[in-house]
Design a protein around this ligand. Structure first.
Ligand code: NAI
Length: 470
């Protein structure tokens, strides 16, 4: 049996769902193929459960920083309730709500594993072996996301470990948690589990800083925050060997240099891989690159295959739900024949938020990336805790805000904020970067008093000081 749609999407994560929905909004027909849960990694094993695990203790710590409110805190966070709330945010791994949404949007859902068998031709094999053939008239969109990557460390493949799925779905808090990788998942989950009661949490990061793709001061400030929580951070830590006693006994990680660390669980968070091995890409002459990622052009199309699009993590451009959804909006329009401006489909203005306490929020280029790209760069920084709004948030409010400015064009190339709740401040910076607003014009965007966003004025004053001095 073969069914024909304008668009066939493989993968019903946030990116795939949006590609189908936007195509339909433009008057096309669309079918979507999903092998697991409609909603994807972010809804059930990523963004949503991880934030549900972080938010309760963040709220508690925010209250503790305000002395008069701190007096009212006489107990601990209710861990059982945190886990229940996490389960509510993930609908107990039931995707009916998302299926209803898809059907309401007019998308046909086909459950099973989708695989290309030719140009605009997809075969779906359901769990019971039933095969459905879907033909597309306008294009196929791949949005298969990523899975945790496992590095080739001696013994790692032979022992039971956790990745984002097990840790975000944990039924109890382990006593000793080892975290391999000090990237986004590593730092967020280290803090969540320590604050939810893990007695010992150790982060092992191979590079000389945490979150190594961000500004160097980010690492310093996050290390200090994790240290204050009682988390051990080992930088420059190269794991050489992993072993576990039985299935549930302690797990031991041996580092280069011989140090041994013992835990009850080991979280592997060293990056991702796109599951593109069994997608039938060979049938249309496409070969995924390193990490399984499929290369696309600025229209999110596979070069040489103008009917094949890749959105979200699987194209390796930016492993972030919001960026995947943005790509999907572009593709939905492109499939309907709308001429989209691909200028921002690259990574120039990608906003990123790490939901630790303090949060890390950044958009655009870091200072080093801007210099590497050949810009004549000016940077200014200011402590968010030194604003009136920061002081009102409570004692110990601290964190750097920094702007990276193109000296010639007087526009913002990148911005980074560290501090409590700064994720909500990021969108102003994203607008400034995308709109290429000049510093002179920004003088007239007046931040409210007494809000933490007054840091924008302080940053502009720092630019002015440099201008007056030169
Ligand atoms: P990541 O790429 O952010 O970090 C991996 C870290 O592991 C790097 O710092 C790397 O230097 C380190 N590493 C690699 N091999 C290692 C080894 N053998 N031993 C020790 N350290 C090693 O990847 P992660 O944390 O797995 O996250 C995956 C993706 O999920 C990220 O791209 C991120 O953008 C996304 N994500 C986003 C979140 C958010 O937006 N708040 C939250 C969680 C994940």
């Amino acid at each position: 049996m073969s069914d024909t749609y304008d668009v066939v999407v493989i993968g019903a994560g946030p990116a795939g769902e949006n590609a189908a929905d936007y195509a339909i909004q433009r008057g096309l027909t669309a079918a979507i193929v999903e092998a697991e849960l409609v909603g994807g990694e972010c809804s059930y094993w990523g963004c949503m459960p991880s934030k549900a695990l972080l938010r309760p203790t963040e709220a508690l710590e925010a209250a503790k920083r305000v002395p008069a409110a701190a007096a009212a805190i006489t107990g601990e966070v209710d861990v059982a309730k945190v886990l229940q709330s996490r389960d509510a945010f993930t609908s107990n791994l039931d995707d009916q709500g998302q299926v209803d949404w898809l059907e309401g949007a007019g998308v046909r859902l086909v459950r099973g594993h989708g695989r290309l068998v030719g140009e605009n031709d997809v075969e779906v094999t359901a769990q019971d072996g039933t095969v459905t053939r879907l033909e597309a008239t306008k294009g196929v969109v791949i949005g298969v996301g990523t899975r945790a990557a496992h590095p080739p460390i001696d013994g790692l493949a032979d022992v039971r470990t956790w990745d984002n799925r097990e840790i975000t779905g944990a039924k109890e808090i382990p006593g000793r948690l080892l975290v391999l990788g000090g990237g986004v998942i590593g730092v967020e989950m280290a803090q969540a589990f320590r604050r939810l009661g893990a007695a010992e949490v150790t982060v092992l990061e191979a590079m000389d800083g945490l979150l190594p793709r961000e500004e160097p001061f980010v690492s310093d400030e996050v290390v200090a925050a994790l240290d204050a929580d009682g988390i051990t951070v080992r930088l420059g830590a190269r794991a050489e060997k992993v072993r576990r006693d039985g299935t549930d006994g302690p797990v031991t990680v041996t580092l280069a240099g011989g140090d041994e660390l013992v835990g009850d669980e080991l979280l592997v968070a060293v990056g991702r891989r796109a599951p593109t091995d069994d997608l039938g890409l060979d049938t249309v002459g496409v070969e995924p690159g390193r990490g399984g990622y499929i290369e696309v052009d600025d229209h999110l199309r596979v070069p040489g295959h103008d009917w094949l699009y890749v959105v979200g993590d699987a194209n390796g451009r930016a492993l972030l739900t919001h960026q995947g959804k943005y790509q999907a909006r572009l593709v939905g329009d492109a499939l309907a024949g709308i001429d989209v401006d691909p200028a921002w489909a690259d990574v120039t203005a990608t906003p990123r938020v790490v939901y630790t306490d303090p949060q890390v929020a950044a958009v655009g280029l870091t200072e080093a990336q801007a210099r590497e790209a050949g810009h004549d760069v000016l940077t200014v920084s200011y402590n968010v805790g030194h604003t009136a709004g920061g002081a009102l948030l409570g004692k110990g409010t601290d964190g750097t805000a920094q702007l990276v400015i193109d000296r010639e064009r007087r526009t913002i190339l990148g911005a980074t904020f560290v501090g409590p709740g700064v994720g909500e401040m990021l969108h102003a910076a994203t607008i400034a970067v995308v709109s290429e607003v000049t510093i002179e014009r920004l003088w007239h965007a007046v931040p409210p008093f007494p809000a933490v966003s007054e840091v924008w004025l302080r940053l502009l004053e720092e630019v002015r000081k440099l201008d007056l001095a030169s």
